[in-house]
Design a protein around this ligand. Sequence first.
Ligand SMILES: Cc1cc2nc3c(=O)[nH]c(=O)nc-3n(C[C@H](O)[C@H](O)[C@H](O)COP(=O)(O)OP(=O)(O)OC[C@H]3O[C@@H](n4cnc5c(N)ncnc54)[C@H](O)[C@@H]3O)c2cc1C
Length: 461
Amino acid sequence: MNQYKKIADELSRLGGTIQVVTDLDILETYAKDETSDLSAMPDILVRAETAQDVSLVLGYCNANNVPVIPRGAGTGVTGGAVPVMGGVVLSLEKMNRIIEIDRENMVAVAEPGAITRDIQEAAREQGLMYPPDPASLDSCSIGGNVAENAGGPRAVRYGTTKDYVLGLEFVLADGSIITTGGKIVKNATGYSLLGILIGSEGTLSVITKIFLRLVPAPPVAIDMLIPFPSIQDAADAVQAILIGKIIPATLEFMERDAIAMVSAHLGRETPFPDAGAHLLIQVDGNDDQAVLDSLERIARIAGVDPEAMLIAQSAAQRERLWKARRSIRESITVESPVFLAEDCVVPRSKIPAFLTELKAYLETRGLRSVMFGHAGDGNVHIDVLKGGMEYETWKAALPDLKREIYRRAIALGGTITGEHGIGFIRKDYLGLACSDAEIELFRRIKKAFDPKGILNPGKIF
Ligand SMILES: Cc1cc2nc3c(=O)[nH]c(=O)nc-3n(C[C@H](O)[C@H](O)[C@H](O)COP(=O)(O)OP(=O)(O)OC[C@H]3O[C@@H](n4cnc5c(N)ncnc54)[C@H](O)[C@@H]3O)c2cc1C
């Protein structure tokens, strides 16, 4: 009997509410996430409905040395949920309940498969806000956000996922279920396991319940788009705004090529199409006047004529502005289905040097690139398109290309990823950013959580 046929049979007999799937057509839909040009077939798909299900599956797989790849919504862009070494994909998609919005304690409790946008909306109904806002929030899961320490445009003011996780229920490789933290804002009890588990990319445990800190929702938010002649001018404005003690909710930039590609994709001209860069700024606050005052100060500090910027006056206008920002990835995929997506982070002041020199370098290699991202926190997205290049030539060029991008970010005091994680596609480059001693410590932590190495093998290192 095929080894995995036997495993599927045994998993089906574990009990609980486990659903075991071996249908090849269905397995194929779990062979990919949103990483360009990467897929690998799972041997088995298991859908869990409870922490107990997860515990049963892990206990069995650990005893039988079967690799387990946790999967949320499969929107990851570094291959984290792709079963590159085969094994059981453990999907948390059915564990998607928002268990509670506790208004009194300003805490949300959710299962890992809950969609981030749904949590935001449930919080909003109670006058509260869950700030982390990855651009994928309509489809990504909160478990995946915790596993990747997802960020988003609002990170400049509100921080990333790690700043909102108060507690986790998680299942170790041997099946034991542990809860750390909870509805408490402070906790100095023992080691902070949260710090280790957030961003662990499914390699240390499977997260089955999440306690999230909420904050009061600011009643007013206004968005505006400001054009600049160049990335340098936009970055100077960002520095001036932040040094001027205004911390907008978002400070996003798009450079010329990103603006042009999105306009072409959406079939409409974006405002200020000839600009070298756009800043998309959102300011939020308690009342209209305070927010408008901040907008005026931003225009003054950035040295921009208020006539030369676009303030979204309505929800539809705001959606139009953000639609352009959120559609960049989609437009790249249409233009060049195979592309390299990097999300390096550098000290904010180094963004212009990093991007302009990198763009020039890519051009000398005949490569087209699109750059955009979070100007307020130094996390920049650099997407390099394969375009018409021969596939074999592209594949052969990738390792050197990645190394060069990372080398430049690190030389400027940055690192290789700000929010997308290492996953599969960056694991060979971890040593560029982390010392041998640090990676050795990672390995010892991994061993403590997952001694047999069954959880998401082939990821991070
Ligand atoms: C259009 C687009 C825009 C994006 N924008 C952003 C952005 O602005 N900011 C950002 O940070 N990311 C962004 N991403 C990347 C992606 O959406 C995030 O990494 C997200 O957190 C992944 O969540 P997921 O549920 O899809 O996880 P998956 O892709 O399913 O899994 C991601 C990783 O988490 C692990 N994992 C998932 N669930 C669990 C669990 N319950 N327990 C343990 N491990 C688990 C998996 O093993 C894998 O390693 C974007 C992606 C796309 C396609």
